[in-house]
Design a protein around this ligand. Structure first.
Ligand SMILES: [Zn+2]
Length: 58
């Protein structure tokens, strides 16, 4: 019983950590990849996103 609870807790923590890492990876990837994308619309979208996140821009 106790082992089962600890296992569930550890699994939940690992899933949360994985979600945070995944979100950070996609977030940074979106900002940098969209920032260098040739498409003007994509660039503007990334630009707006940077401003909403107070990302140093210009
Ligand atoms: Zn800007």
């Amino acid at each position: 019983m106790t082992t089962q609870v600890q296992t569930l807790g550890a699994t939940r923590t690992n899933e949360r950590l994985g979600a945070v890492v995944l979100a950070a990876f996609f977030g940074l990837g979106l900002v940098f990849m969209a920032g260098f994308a040739p498409a003007q619309a994509l660039h503007n979208a990334a630009h707006d996103f940077r401003h909403t996140q107070n990302f140093p821009c210009h």
